[in-house]
Design a protein around this ligand. Structure first.
Ligand SMILES: Nc1ncnc2c1ncn2[C@@H]1O[C@H](COP(=O)(O)OP(=O)(O)O)[C@@H](O)[C@H]1O
Ligand SMILES: [Mg+2]
Length: 251
């Protein structure tokens, strides 16, 4: 995919040897475990709507948070890069935040010809899916700006889109608006297999997080876990990457 401008894509800034990359590898691993445990608790029935094979890697994850700027889009992007680059899984990112979309910016792509065009003009998935610079990583951007996102948003149709493209991917990560101010993520929770709640540690108030969790619990109970972002600013020094770094030495 041609870059929109000369901005540096998040792919170029992602260091595979960094502590962040390690955490995202752990996150992917933990997501698999959390999903399998949830399916088991549900009596072997897949938690998702499509009865997915839990032994496979094909899962659809919704990334959301209680309020704005907790790190949803950043988490979605890193999850996608790690999944595609480290695990070599065919991965699709979908930007379902039509109000404050960010994925196209992070990957230096055009915003247009995405979800909004699918919902308003019936743009087919073949024309919506954009290639990133990573072989195994594709993207559906949010689409053009509209003044009436609440009206245009349609979780059922987004669910149909996910179903339509699911066979082409091992892992689909859906970025979304925050849960408290917007109802979209609650509705999207019903069309994915699991939900990941990003919490900005040290900033988002406990009660706000609890409210978000309760709202999500009311929509299919698909919450798989929480990603604590901003930990460097919230935890004691011995949790910082510098304290526990394990460098790759030459000799
Ligand atoms: N762990 C972090 N450390 C530093 N900056 C971060 C971190 N996580 C997110 N950010 C920054 O915070 C801002 C909001 O992040 P973003 O992922 O866009 O949040 P959201 O999608 O939840 O609104 C962005 O500028 C992003 O680069
Ligand atoms: Mg965002």
């Amino acid at each position: 995919m041609k870059r929109e401008n000369h901005a540096i894509s998040i792919i170029d800034r992602f260091d595979l040897e960094s502590s962040a990359a390690t955490e995202f590898r752990r996150l992917i691993y933990n997501l698999n475990g959390a999903y399998a445990a949830k399916v088991k608790r549900a009596g072997g029935e897949a938690a998702g709507s499509r009865g997915m094979d839990i032994t496979g890697d094909r899962k659809t994850i919704l990334v959301t948070s209680a309020v704005v700027s907790e790190g949803k889009s950043t988490t979605t992007a890193f999850l996608g890069i790690c999944s595609a680059k480290l695990k070599e899984r065919r991965t699709l990112l979908i930007d379902c935040d039509m109000r404050r979309p960010n994925l196209h910016r992070l990957f230096s792509m055009e915003r247009e010809q995405g979800l909004v065009e699918y919902l308003t003009e019936g743009l087919p998935s073949s024309r919506m899916i954009k290639k990133t610079e990573l072989d195994k990583l594709d993207m559906i951007t949010a689409g053009k700006h509209i003044d009436n996102p609440t009206e245009v948003f349609d979780a059922t149709r987004i669910g149909k889109l996910i179903e339509e493209v699911a066979d082409m991917y091992d892992f689909i990560v859906v970025d979304s608006p925050p849960v408290l101010p917007v109802s979209d993520p609650m509705l999207l929770a019903n069309v994915v297999d699991g939900v990941l709640l990003v919490v900005k540690a040290g900033e988002t108030h406990r009660d706000v997080v609890i409210r978000a969790r309760d709202l999500l619990a009311g929509s299919g109970d698909r919450l798989l876990g929480v990603v604590l972002n901003n930990l460097n600013n919230a935890l004691p020094y011995y949790f910082s990457p510098g304290y526990s770094s394990y460098e790759n030495v030459k000799n």
